[in-house]
Design a protein around this ligand. Structure first.
Ligand SMILES: Cc1cc2nc3c(=O)[nH]c(=O)nc-3n(C[C@H](O)[C@H](O)[C@H](O)COP(=O)(O)OP(=O)(O)OC[C@H]3O[C@@H](n4cnc5c(N)ncnc54)[C@H](O)[C@@H]3O)c2cc1C
Length: 472
């Protein structure tokens, strides 16, 4: 009979929860994870991974469409959306099963069901469907430390509530039965623009409506503008400073009333609407209020070591607030359990968390935008380098991109890096390391970048900030 008492009991098996569980087990703690629905959470099941699988199909389709540009002949090709979705769902199950395997390997006990905190150190689990083989079930469990890692769900705007038929959330958009001829996307954050790229490549007529003055609102203005121009060149229509104020559903279409900042009102009709206006933390029905755990605007309030205001209760990942990213959740999982185990855990520095968006072209960034750096009082030196000056990017047929670096003019400290173009999500980590190591311009200038690689654009952008770029 398995124990029902743990050193650490984690509610939610997403990137935050499962990574915390594995690290805690490595530290010799007795660990349990309660999961009600998706082994591995949103990321492998209905988030990062299936979205990237769909985008990969879109990317390959795009290359086949442009085969002629590479001197190739591709005559008969098309989209089999059922096949595209099948591949994505298959990868999602593979990743989800992988998380189950890792938990088992690390001797973490999985408890299947809906968890509620009933008292300090006590969690009650009610049965839910779909328990994997070997999982524990409904019952009362105790733990010295409880980590809330319950993630988030799509935000719904009043009057524009998703119905899975005409108004979609990411769940629906990740597994369409067919490709809508026309599609309206509300919100231009990472999720909105990734779906815009996917559906555009699949043949939809896509319009994005964004409330704020720029798309990709958290990104550097110049990079967002570059991406916008590329999207528009591909035929994606974009309305910024525009609000969807009303949606009327037809038999097989939606008509949205859109108000723009200049006071103009227009109606747009499309087959489907994707609501991509952000996510809200899963803080309800957990017993948090009863135990006095502080929450703010839909998220649990934590300190740098993921501690809530109630001793013995912690929160990590999406439920603990932005940025709502899998790698932030994972990192918080490690910080949290290392703190519990009495290790010298380092508090999270949110400025060092990179953001990656896998639209076409990709966008990646870390640190301060130029605007934020100036607002923070820095005198800045800014370097820019376009992909057109990079031999590898041109050879790849991916000459449209930009790397922008921002330095403190006084000290040479790298404050931020912002990239748009092919594979920049793989390149950003170079700048993440540089920022973590508090690198200066001199050290980056002295580093040797391999040739020919697209990463040379990173070096050139640093050189450009100091008037030394070679290839422009
Ligand atoms: C379409 C899409 C694409 C994305 N792409 C990226 C990307 O490219 N990169 C990136 O970094 N992030 C991406 N994200 C965000 C990423 O998925 C989340 O940041 C990440 O999953 C958060 O991890 P988490 O552990 O906090 O929570 P989750 O992954 O949401 O997991 C929480 C788990 O807790 C369980 N749970 C909740 N309440 C209870 C309860 N009471 N009892 C038991 N179990 C419970 C849920 O069932 C769920 O499995 C994407 C998200 C979406 C929707």
């Amino acid at each position: 009979m398995a124990a029902t008492s743990y050193d650490v009991l984690i509610i939610g098996s997403g990137p935050g929860g499962y990574v915390a569980a594995i690290r805690a087990a490595q530290l010799g703690l007795k660990v349990g994870v309660v999961e009600r629905q998706y082994m591995g959470g949103i990321c492998p099941n209905w988030g990062c991974i299936p979205a990237k699988a769909l985008l990969r199909s879109a990317e390959i389709f795009h290359y086949i469409e442009h085969a002629k540009d590479y001197g190739l002949v591709a005559e008969k090709f098309g989209v089999d959306i059922a096949g595209v979705v099948k591949r994505s769902r298959g990868i999602a199950s593979q990743m989800s099963n992988g998380v189950g395997f890792l938990l088992k390997k690390n001797k973490v006990e999985v408890i299947w069901g809906q968890a509620t905190l009933t008292a300090p150190g006590k969690v009650s689990v009610a049965a839910t469907d779909g328990a994997p083989k070997g999982a524990l079930g409904a019952g009362e469990y105790t733990a010295k430390n409880i980590i809330v890692a319950t993630g988030a769900r799509p935000r719904a705007l009043p009057g524009i509530e998703p119905d899975s038929k005409l108004i979609w959330t990411y769940f629906d958009a990740l597994a369409p039965a067919s490709v809508p001829k026309s599609l309206l996307i509300m919100g231009s954050g990472a999720i909105g623009v990734e779906f815009a790229s996917f559906y555009k490549a699949m043949g939809s007529d896509v319009t994005i409506v964004e409330l704020l003055p720029q798309i990709l609102p958290v990104e550097d203005e110049e990079i967002a503008e570059h991406a916008k121009k590329r999207f528009e060149k591909q035929g994606i229509k974009i309305l910024t400073g525009a609000k969807v104020s009303k949606v009327v559903k037809g038999a097989d279409s939606v008509t949205a009333t859109v108000e723009t900042a200049d006071g103009k009102v227009q109606t747009l009709t499309a087959d489907r609407l994707i609501s991509a206006v952000g996510v809200v933390g899963n803080i309800e029905n957990l017993g948090l209020e009863k135990l006095g755990v502080k929450t703010d605007r839909g998220c649990v309030v934590i300190d740098g070591l993921c501690r809530t205001n109630v001793p013995g209760i912690y929160a990590i990942g999406d439920v603990a607030g932005p940025p709502m990213l899998a790698h932030k959740a994972e990192h918080e999982g490690v910080i949290c359990v290392e703190g519990i185990a009495g290790k010298h855990a380092h508090p999270m520095d949110k400025l060092m968390i990179p953001g990656c968006t896998y639209c076409m072209p990709q966008v990646a960034s870390v640190g301060l935008t130029e605007k934020k750096a100036k607002e923070a009082g820095y005198e800045v030196k800014v370097g820019r380098f376009p992909f057109i000056g990079n031999g590898k990017a041109v050879a790849l047929g991916e000459a449209d991109g930009l790397v922008k670096t921002i330095f403190d003019a006084k000290t040479g400290q790298l404050l931020g890096a912002h990239l748009v173009g092919a594979e920049v999500t793989e390149m950003i980590q170079g700048f993440v390391l540089a920022m973590n190591l508090e690198t200066t311009e001199e050290e980056l200038i002295n580093a040797v970048f391999p040739h020919p690689t697209v990463s040379e654009t990173m070096h050139e952008s640093v050189l450009a900030a100091y008037g030394r770029a070679i290839h422009i």
